[in-house]
Design a binder for this molecule. Structure first.
Ligand code: ADP
Ligand code: ZN
Length: 721
């Protein structure tokens, strides 16, 4: 081949053709460096016929500069990149970037100099140096990464290097990982688990595409069960990918994995250091990496020899990415398995309706684990009707819930209170003039966080100090907190039971694997009596002494315009209920609600999952919602409100009239201002048979927008804000 077509890493450019100089060999998938004007650009060699563009005459072609020392991107993955771009209406380059997600990995073998505390003291101690040294205890990383960890400038750290307080360590970037051993410590499976695991092992050995829905109640031992097919893949020398929805959950998984396989898996998530990222990427691409556990971004890595994909807690909405390429990792995982011709397991106690439907129609094979492992019983569930038995004024826990908490404390058992709201109070206002604290970048209230004494926006991250006086009327000490967040519930628990040890668990407090590990250790050592947490505590954790779960506000999730609100409420409450009574002692779940008659609440109380799914299925069918119809959204935004509105009007004004597709809007988005951008949206509701993506591509492809306008397409959206 002496000319090639490249998919280049520049969203503004289409495919580009180059000449292959004598002596250079490339093949489809090769990652190469090419000249672009005076600069250089990285690209992937692609099949010409799959990347149509205006042909360039041979005489005008410039030669490629270099083939990078990484294995070519395999055709299975190239097909997945194309499918993802096509399905989600995203640029190919944007998807390909998720594959080449470590720049450093593209360079050959290398060493890197990292630094760590030497134990020595600098000659001259300054407050900054002191701060930095305290923060760097136990850390080893590059200067830039250490500067980030310590929150000081590179210069401060260079000073510490010169003074001998930080010492250099030369590290081999590609040092091998410890090997997992398929037979390290086997587990005796129950009969029920054994049947499921045998079917999955068989599928791994068959080396063919096979999608499974592993539907197992909380505490049924889904993890133990899918460890066996993982071992089968390892025995066959094939790689395994496990996707988890939340990095805070990996801790528990890592420990169990290491017990079973004798070595930790390779972890992949967005906050890895660049050296760890490079090391993992190269090990994955070379085939050396055996098992990778990661967030959704691990799905697009260039596995050399994948043999099995597991998506745990597959119903979780955090598998849906809501910026950049708006894809759903659960669905793309199934596509990846199809291209790789391997089995994929979607595991959940509360599967998404879409997944259940796929099982019902025979596309996914359903495997069931209907009972808890070791004879533990499912918890007893009771509703607390807040309109009949309200909490005392200024409190949020009904008397009965308070009594039950107290009884647990007396018996030395643990309780968990669930409220999906971070911070102290969702709204702060001035008692004097009624002023409400609102984010200046978003249409959202600022949430008070008492621990950090800040008002924070949960959408853009904006923070300000809680002022002493009202910024509007200048009245001092007049701010009131409205409504509860987890911090406020924790305060209330401390008021009712001053001797109880309370832990608040949210993404604010459990923001690193270390903190997650520390929390789990404390809870297991019974150093915590009451856990107050957000959705982060609803899944994954297994605390045998936890016998009471209180759902502070079951109605919360039903508010707002989310299409899947009922399903989400059902899943969250069922999952958090699943934390109770996992050991020998039976569990109790108390659900506080103002709407005990709402179908989803009734189904929860009756423990009647089938009834819930049936009612929800009918509602979706009636609304033409997924899985019976399809949704797509077009979101238009700009920093300029007029520009955003005009662009949205133009899109609305040129909407195609297509059979089986209804287009609603444009209308201001529920979050009409987000991170400083004004937003409008259009919603598309289509029959399953309609070619929604083609229609959208045709429609938007003909329009031109001012530079400040961003138009993004969200296929199968989850968030309707
Ligand atoms: P799930 O993910 O289905 O909620 P887990 O996989 O967390 O359930 O299992 C619940 C608990 O039961 C865990 O502590 C797990 O180690 C234990 N367990 C499950 N199956 C077995 C088994 N076959 N042998 C020993 N322990 C098991
Ligand atoms: Zn904001």
């Amino acid at each position: 081949m002496n000319r090639v077509r490249l998919l280049v890493f520049n969203a503004a450019l289409g495919p580009l053709d180059y000449r292959v100089p004598d002596g250079m060999t490339v093949e489809p998938g090769s990652v190469v460096v090419a000249p672009l004007g005076p600069r250089q650009i990285i690209g992937i060699v692609w099949e010409e016929e799959r990347l149509p563009t205006e042909p360039v005459p041979d005489s005008k072609l410039r030669p490629l500069l270099e083939v990078l020392p990484v294995p070519p991107i395999r055709s299975e993955l190239r097909r997945l990149i194309e499918w993802t771009a096509d399905y989600y209406c995203a640029p190919l380059t944007a998807v390909a970037r998720m594959v080449i997600s470590s720049g450093g990995a593209l360079r050959g073998p290398a060493t890197i100099t990292e630094y760590r505390l030497s134990g020595g003291m600098p000659e001259r101690m300054t407050p900054k140096r002191e701060l930095a040294m305290a923060a760097l205890e136990g850390e080893q990383a590059t200067i830039r990464e250490l500067a980030e960890i310590a929150g000081v400038s590179d210069a401060v750290l260079r000073g510490l290097v010169n003074q001998g307080a930080l010492e250099p360590v030369v590290v081999d970037c590609d040092r091998p990982y410890p090997r997992a051993n398929a037979g390290h410590a086997t587990v005796d499976l129950s009969e029920e688990q054994q049947a499921v695991s045998a079917r999955l092992v068989e599928a791994v050995e068959a080396e063919e595409f096979a999608p499974f829905l592993l539907d197992g109640v909380t505490g049924s031992g889904k993890t133990e069960t899918y460890f066996e097919p993982m071992a089968a893949a390892l025995r066959a020398d094939r790689q395994v990918l496990v996707l988890l929805p939340e990095i805070a959950l990996t801790e528990n998984f890592l420990r169990r994995f290491e017990e079973r396989f004798g070595a930790p898996p390779i972890v992949w998530h967005s906050s890895l250091k660049s050296t760890e990222r490079r090391r993992a990427w190269r090990a994955i691409a070379s085939g050396e990496a055996q098992v990778v556990v990661g967030a959704r971004s691990a799905l697009f890595l260039p596995y050399a020899n994948l043999g099995l994909i597991v998506v745990d807690e597959a119903h979780e909405i955090s598998f849906k990415q809501d910026d950049g390429v708006r894809y759903n990792a659960r669905d793309v995982a199934v596509m990846r398995a199809r291209f790789e011709k391997i089995p994929v397991v979607l595991a959940s106690a509360t599967p998404a309706l879409e997944s259940l439907q796929m099982a019902e129609s025979g596309i996914y094979e359903k495997l069931d684990l209907p009972s808890r492992y070791g004879g533990a019983t499912l918890p007893e569930i009771r509703l607390l009707n807040l309109t009949e038995e309200p909490p005392e004024k200024g409190r949020w826990l009904a008397p009965e819930l308070a009594r039950e908490l107290f009884a647990r404390l007396e018996r030395g058992e643990q309780s968990l209170l669930f409220l999906n709201r971070r911070g102290y109070a969702p709204l702060t206002l001035c008692r004097n003039c009624g002023y409400r604290f609102e984010c200046s970048n978003c249409s959202a209230w600022l949430v008070e966080h008492r621990f950090s004494q800040r008002l924070a926006c949960h959408h853009c991250g904006h923070e300000e100090r809680v002022p002493e006086a009202c910024p509007e009327c200048a009245e001092p000490d007049c701010l009131v907190a409205c409504g509860p967040g987890v911090e406020r519930i924790a305060d209330e628990v401390a008021e009712i039971m001053p001797e109880a040890r309370v832990a608040v668990v949210t993404s604010d407090t459990l923001n690193s694997p270390e903190k997650a590990a520390a929390f789990v250790a404390q809870a297991e050592a019974k150093a915590i009596d009451v856990i107050v947490g957000t959705q982060l505590v609803t899944k994954g954790f297994h605390f045998p002494e936890l016998t009471l779960v209180g759902v502070v506000d079951a109605d919360l999730g039903l508010e707002g315009g989310d299409l899947r609100a009922a399903e989400r409420t059902y899943q969250q409450v069922a999952q958090v209920a699943g934390r109770a009574g996992r050991g020998a002692k039976p569990g109790t779940v108390l659900i506080q609600t103002r709407h005990p008659d709402a179908p989803v609440i009734e189904a929860l109380a009756a423990g009647d999952r089938d009834a819930f799914y049936e009612a929800e299925t009918e509602a979706r069918r009636h609304a033409g919602a997924p899985p019976f119809g399809r949704w797509a959204a077009i979101i238009v935004s700009s920093e300029d409100e007029n520009e955003a509105r005009e662009a949205a009007r133009m899109i609305g004004g040129t909407q195609p009239r297509v059979k089986d597709i209804a287009i609603l809007g444009p209308a201001p988005a529920p979050m009409s201002l987000l991170r400083g951008r004004y937003r409008y949206r259009l919603l598309i509701n289509a029959r399953r048979s309609a070619q929604v993506q083609d229609v959208i591509r045709d429609w938007l492809g003909k329009l031109e927008f001012p530079r400040g306008v961003r138009v993004s397409v969200d296929i199968d959206p989850y968030s309707f804000v």
